[in-house]
Design a protein around this ligand. Structure first.
Ligand code: MD3
Ligand code: FE
Length: 207
């Protein structure tokens, strides 16, 4: 399922595994029935703005944002139904990637699906809605490349940039787990397999 490349530790707790998936389109294709059950949507922030990335989830829990704030919940607010199950192939890949980065006991209960059209971005933020910050977050990117921005524990800390490309993974944990991060506005392009978009999956242990 995974290529034997070398993980690159970009910083303490931040591991980049470039081109790590052998069959990235297997994962992308598995999203089709998931997104039929739980369609992509632009969630609202507490302030009433819409997030520019379209999102959905699979797994026991899903991340949601609305006028009440951010949280993880067991059902899709759009349909009232539980989130679609996380495919076993997804959890296997996430567990194996976490293990390669040094996290032996990771088992995700959330897969957040972020879909970026050209011009969509994600502002600098921290992922702090999870219960146990000793658990890492595993991220997989598909489609158009994007500039990923990662700073420090303070919003004002300097930001470093790396390109996340199709089939790349990032594993975050340890002392970087609460670092500010985001993605720059998606530049126009046409990916041979995914067209004018970027898809990101983040695997988390929410509770
Ligand atoms: C660093 N997604 O969903 S993935 C997010 O590309 C999110 O869609 C971005 O940030 C995206 O919350 C970046 C890489 C990532 C994910 C989680 C992190 C970086 C992280 C948690 C802590 C620190
Ligand atoms: Fe994040």
């Amino acid at each position: 399922m995974l290529a034997n490349g070398c993980p690159v530790e970009l910083a303490s707790g931040l591991v980049h595994l470039p081109q790590v998936l052998l069959e990235p389109m297997k994962m992308v294709n598995a999203l089709t029935p998931i997104l039929q059950q739980a369609p992509l949507r632009h969630m609202q922030t507490r302030r009433g703005f819409k997030l520019s990335a379209a999102m959905s989830n699979c797994g026991a829990l899903g991340w949601v944002s609305d006028r009440l704030g951010y949280r993880y919940q067991t059902y899709d607010p759009e349909t009232g139904k539980p989130w679609p199950e996380m495919p076993v192939m997804f959890s296997k890949v996430a567990v194996e990637l976490a293990a390669r980065a040094g996290y032996a006991h990771f088992w995700p209960d959330v897969c957040l699906i972020n879909c970026y059209a050209v011009g969509a971005k994600m502002a600098l933020h921290q992922d702090a809605d999870e219960q146990d910050f000793s658990q890492p977050i595993v991220s997989l990117s598909f489609g158009l490349p994007v500039l990923f921005l990662w700073g420090g524990l303070q919003r004002s800390d300097p930001v470093q940039k790396i390109v996340l490309d199709h089939s790349d993974a990032l594993v975050w944990g340890g002392s970087s787990r609460l670092n500010f991060h985001g993605v720059a506005s998606l530049r126009k392009g046409n990916h041979p397999l995914l067209g004018e978009q970027r898809i990101n999956l983040t695997f988390r242990r929410a509770c």
